[in-house]
Design a binder for this molecule. Structure first.
Ligand code: SF4
Ligand code: SF4
Length: 294
């Protein structure tokens, strides 16, 4: 199964939950950091990195001697990454999304494929837990193509050793966040019981509910604020799978870069219970029965 851990905003404890779940999962699992703009899962899991590769994206390169400024490529490109200025064709590599369309429509083969570095994909393991992450190059604005490279590596890893997947998704509800949860069987929304937490949970619910995947809520720092999040979950029929108490020990573990599930037997127990509920959430109703009767 593929479980995405997401949140409507940063700082809610999404990575704490993803790292802890990965550590107590109880069967083969790969923890994937898809928050490629600001990956930090490795700070908690402290993996041994066994492999890495540069992720590249195909961009067009112009041979001016072949171009007759017909404008077909500029007309096609929705991102204005190739633009015709009078009779001069300009290419803006940082705006290119790598679709390859301009190369395909050029009648004079004046465009050829070059590449731009998006970032790095690294993998390894943290004891029994598989680990995979993407890190966007500084200055690079587009994370979805790098996320595709992470997914490609994940397919290779799962082909070599089948495992469940826990994804630490980017915060928010923009394109990268949706991209990260798209392949999941269920989504955990991590929030906190404050007006800000509620506001961003609403946004996350609006963005992710149309995907039709089972959603569950984890309330971090429970006891800190008000009951708004609980009431919203009740109204929306969103199951609250876990409440992580607002305790000094959790903050201390976080500041040491320690996985919360490994901070004490009580924390471990809490995340074991969450793991059981998350598995049940991802299991379509009746799937167990069907398997049993097969
Ligand atoms: S590859 Fe696609 S996005 Fe990039 S310049 Fe060509 S048409 Fe535009
Ligand atoms: S389609 Fe080819 S020939 Fe036409 S403007 Fe673009 S690069 Fe030049």
């Amino acid at each position: 199964m593929n479980l995405a851990v997401a949140s409507g905003k940063g700082g809610t404890g999404k990575t704490t939950v993803a790292a802890s779940l990965a550590k107590v999962w109880g069967s083969a699992v790969v923890a994937v950091d898809l928050d490629v703009e600001e990956p930090n899962l490795h700070l908690f899991l402290r993996p041994d990195i066994t492999g890495s590769e540069r992720a590249l994206m195909q961009i067009p390169q112009l041979d001016e001697s072949l171009c007759d400024a017909c404008g077909a490529c500029a007309e096609l490109c929705q991102f204005k990454a190739v633009s015709l200025l009078g009779k001069v064709l300009l290419i803006f590599p940082d705006m290119c999304h790598g679709c390859g369309g301009c190369l395909a429509v050029c009648p004079r083969q004046a465009l050829s494929a070059s590449s731009r570095e998006l970032g790095e994909v690294s993998w390894g393991h943290s004891r029994q837990t598989g680990f995979l992450m993407g890190r966007l190059r500084v200055g690079e604005a587009m994370s979805p193509p790098l996320m595709r490279a992470v997914h490609a590596r994940l397919r290779i890893m799962l082909g070599q050793a089948p495992a469940d997947v826990i994804v630490d998704a980017p915060p928010g509800v923009s394109c990268p966040a949706l991209n990260a949860v798209m392949g999941s069987d269920a989504i955990l929304l991590v929030t906190e019981p404050t007006p800000f937490g509620l506001y961003d949970l609403r946004l996350a619910h609006q963005a992710f509910a149309p995907l039709g995947k089972p959603l569950g809520v984890v309330i971090n720092r429970a006891g800190l604020g008000d009951s708004g999040v609980q009431e919203f979950c009740r109204r929306q029929n969103l199951p609250v799978l876990c409440e992580i108490p607002f305790e000094r020990q959790a903050a201390e573990a976080y500041s040491r870069g320690q996985v919360l599930a490994e901070a004490s037997p009580a924390w471990r127990e809490l995340f074991l219970e969450l793991a059981t509920k998350a598995r049940a959430l991802a299991q379509p109703a009746g799937a167990g029965l069907e398997a049993a009767h097969a």
